[in-house]
Ligand binder design. Structure first.
Ligand SMILES: *[C@@H]1O[C@H](CO)[C@@H](O)[C@H](O)[C@H]1NC(C)=O
Ligand SMILES: *[C@@H]1O[C@H](CO)[C@@H](O)[C@H](O)[C@H]1NC(C)=O
Ligand SMILES: *[C@@H]1O[C@H](CO)[C@@H](O)[C@H](O)[C@H]1NC(C)=O
Ligand SMILES: *[C@@H]1O[C@H](CO)[C@@H](O)[C@H](O)[C@H]1NC(C)=O
Ligand SMILES: *[C@@H]1O[C@H](CO)[C@@H](O)[C@H](O)[C@H]1NC(C)=O
Ligand SMILES: *[C@@H]1O[C@H](CO)[C@@H](O)[C@H](O)[C@H]1NC(C)=O
Ligand SMILES: *[C@@H]1O[C@H](CO)[C@@H](O)[C@H](O)[C@H]1NC(C)=O
Length: 692
């Protein structure tokens, strides 16, 4: 008996002293990661460089990197379930590909897993994905150092520190900065400066408080820049992994951690900056050339002269970059890069012809990323300059249902815009005449919801309202998963100002143009909603908003749908190519909404927020739908017989099958609505090259 008790007792003692003790004051201290590779679990593109620098990502687009301490650490008292205090200090450096644009950021994280399966790069920072974001079963605590402002997660700016619990929408965040002992004003700190930044994250389990401090040097500030009161006990599991995660997106930075210390129930040891591995400085060009013999000196001279001629030649041909162009946000590509990417703007690479110019397919030489390059010629230099200054903000618009602008380039009167390449082309190719493929109802419904959410983001999700002005099937592009993404947003503005400053051009496509636009010339969110209404009907019916060649007479889609609605035979309008396989309730919602959006009176149309709520089924549509009023462009052009020409040419898309010539179907309307009294003058945008 006594013998057995002794063994039990001894075992208990062993249990108390050994594993638990070592867990409770678990301490990590890495001045560089040399020789500790076996204690770190890396995945994604993370690696430890020969000098001991932990590189979480390089500047490849859309990658992620994780580095965790390999063994789990006990974070909670198993008796009372209370999280322990902890403290960590680390030194990181973010080196962006382009000095002013980060991509995306880095986070210190505490997680139940060291692999983080299914996590995504870009705004998800390699931590979570869209399905699980915000779910309490994630058990994730993170402190993010984020250099991109993401609107889905409500980021405050593109240089902030945030505390994230189970989500990437920070529970609390603040612009990056630090306090010094001399000055009580917060000093700002640029996370993506390429310089070493020290960070301290402490959790006090008595006060239930997390604090974050930053510093550009080795002095630990007395005051935190971020304090968040939270009891982490319900967030943590008993055992958790600690480490780092970083990601890149459409823009990229290299994310490095050069030193790290961590301590449970105590203060993390400080890192000595001198002992940390350094980043290689900027590549230095060798200045001294040792020329041994006169013969080689002569050769060098000849080469030098040749080179000088070459340089002069290059300068003559170089792009002239003007002062106003230097401060523009998104990446400025060189003309040479784009020329190379599109194989010299070869006609074979043309994948579309939009209202604004030709679209080429290209492959960026460095990253092998496929892109679409839109080449816009504009005779008005002022218009161009105004527009280019808007690129900065357009480039910052990010939403999964927008075609991302990656960068731009100007050369003389040409503007080149570089976008994500959308492998499946534009939506109209799937709807009208001989579609490439028949989209199922589920696909159509998803596209419609995606486009609506992208447009809601343009209208309300951004610091200023962005009006698309040219919503149509041809401007909805389909990504590899057939999600609908809006293209060409903001572009219409380029054409807003005609050569005569007293006129305003109305840009848009007939059938999608809200009637009030032709009178006022002033686009509004409501005129976008009108265009969306036409799109909704098209997607369900598989027909264009105006079909000039329809028998027995031209067809105005919304009138036709309204007639069927009134007659109680609304399901007759559904695209027969669906073979009757569709969800009737959903189809009715989309059709009803299409009619509501197509109302001639702007006030009668729903807002985008309402449209999205209806589509998501959050709110039921009203029982009674008002007549849209017969839409007939001719009634609105009080003085202009010219307008009639356009009623008969129907609009279509921007993207066609590779190599087929663009046709005159693409008659976007671009008429100048002169101020009030003067008659509408109408001019086809495509320079009259269309035979009529
Ligand atoms: C790394 O792990 C080994 C055993 O796996 C251990 O002996 C060593 O102390 C660890 N080093 C650090 C710095 O944690
Ligand atoms: C970035 O890292 C990945 C994986 O380690 C590698 O394949 C790629 O070539 C690197 N890219 C650059 C630009 O160094
Ligand atoms: C765990 O909680 C129990 C009960 O509150 C307490 O007696 C014990 O000291 C705690 N253990 C540690 C390691 O804090
Ligand atoms: C999202 O992440 C979870 C785990 O965190 C994973 O199980 C799931 O498969 C991921 N979802 C997607 C769509 O990748
Ligand atoms: C959260 O995740 C759990 C497990 O993965 C899942 O069962 C649950 O439905 C998710 N909750 C929400 C709101 O998505
Ligand atoms: C943190 O934010 C998430 C959502 O972003 C929320 O569900 C959670 O309650 C917040 N936690 C705390 C402690 O405020
Ligand atoms: C304190 O910092 C602010 C912001 O950087 C600066 O404008 C101010 O001059 C500083 N004051 C002193 C006394 O150094």
């Amino acid at each position: 008996m006594a013998y057995q008790r002794l063994i039990l007792f001894l075992g208990f003692l062993l249990f108390l002293t050994n594993p638990v003790k070592s867990q409770l004051d678990e301490e990590l201290h890495f001045n560089g990661f040399n020789g500790v590779a076996s204690n770190m679990s890396l995945n994604g593109v993370a690696e430890i460089e020969p000098n001991g620098m932990l590189k979480l990502t390089n500047d490849t687009l859309r990658v992620l990197g994780h580095a965790f301490y390999s063994s789990p650490i006990k974070f909670k008292n198993s008796t009372d379930g209370k999280a322990f205090s902890f403290s960590t200090a680390f030194a990181f450096t973010i080196v962006p590909e382009y000095p002013k644009l980060g991509g995306h950021g880095l986070a210190f994280i505490i997680s139940p897993s060291k692999e983080l399966p299914g996590s995504l790069p870009s705004q998800y920072l390699g931590i979570l994905n869209a399905t699980v974001v915000g779910n309490f079963s994630n058990h994730i605590f993170a402190v993010e150092f984020d250099t991109v402002q993401d609107f889905e997660f409500g980021d405050i700016n593109d240089n902030h520190v945030g505390i994230d619990i189970n989500s990437l929408a920070s529970n609390k965040s603040t612009p990056a900065g630090y306090f010094t002992s001399q000055n009580s004003t917060k000093q700002s700190l640029n996370l993506k400066s390429g310089h070493v930044i020290r960070a301290w994250v402490d959790y006090d389990s008595v006060k239930n408080q997390v604090t974050v401090k930053l510093s550009p040097n080795s002095i630990k500030p007395a005051s935190p820049i971020l304090t968040f009161d939270v009891d982490l006990s319900p967030i943590f599991q008993d055992f958790m992994y600690v480490g780092f995660s970083a990601s890149t997106g459409l823009l990229a930075s290299s994310h490095y951690v050069s030193g790290w210390s961590f301590k449970m129930n105590g203060d993390a040891k400080s890192l000595s900056l001198d002992a940390l591995p350094k980043l290689p400085g900027p590549k230095k060009t060798h200045t001294g050339v040792i020329v041994g013999v006169s013969v080689s000196a002569l050769l060098v001279l000849i080469l030098g002269i040749g080179l000088a001629f070459y340089i002069i030649h290059r300068i003559k041909n170089a792009e002239v970059i003007e002062a106003w162009e230097l401060d523009i946000g998104p990446h400025r590509f060189t003309y040479q890069e784009l020329k190379h990417a599109t194989r010299g703007f070869r006609d074979k690479e043309v994948i579309g012809f939009g209202g604004f110019g030709k679209v080429y397919k290209g492959t960026l030489p460095n990253s092998n990323t496929q892109v679409a390059v839109k080449r816009i010629s504009n005779e008005s230099k002022q218009g161009l300059q105004e527009f280019v200054s808007e690129i900065a903000s357009i480039g910052r618009l990010r939403h999964r249902n927008l075609v991302q602008l990656l960068g731009w380039c100007r050369r003389r009167g040409d503007l080149l815009l570089v976008y994500d390449f959308m492998p499946n082309g534009s939506l109209d190719k799937y709807l009208f005449e001989n579609p490439k493929a028949i989209l199922s109802w589920e696909q159509r419904f998803r596209i419609v919801k995606g486009v609506a959410s992208g447009l809601l983001y343009l209208h309300e999700g951004w610091e200023q309202t962005v009006i698309h002005r040219d919503i149509k099937a041809g401007n909805v592009l389909l990504d590899s998963e057939l999600n609908g993404r809006l293209g060409d947003f903001g572009l219409a503005k380029l054409y807003e100002h005609g050569s005569n400053p007293t006129t305003t051009r109305v840009v848009g496509t007939l059938g999608y143009l809200a009637p009030e636009l032709t009178r006022t010339g002033k686009p509004t969110p409501s005129s976008d909603v009108f265009a969306l209404g036409a799109l909704l009907l098209e997607v369900v019916c598989g027909r264009r908003p105006i079909e000039a060649k329809a028998m027995p007479e031209e067809l105005i889609l919304v009138d036709w749908v309204w007639d069927k609605w009134r007659d109680g035979t609304i399901l007759d309008v559904v695209d027969p190519r669906l073979g009757g396989e569709f969800d009737e309730l959903e189809a009715v919602v989309v059709l009803k909404l299409g009619i509501m959006c197509s109302n001639n009176t702007p006030k009668a149309r729903p807002t985008m927020r309402q449209v999205v709520r209806y589509l998501e089924g959050e709110v039921a549509l009203p029982e009674v739908v008002l007549s849209p009023g017969a839409y007939d462009g001719r009634k609105d052009s009080k003085g202009g017989g010219e307008f009639e020409d356009y009623v008969h040419s129907y609009p279509t898309s921007s993207y066609f099958e590779k190599a087929s010539a663009w046709s005159c179907d693409d008659a976007d309307v671009d008429f100048e609505a002169a101020s009030s009294s003067s008659p509408l003058s109408v001019s086809g945008r495509n320079g009259g090259s269309c035979p009529r």
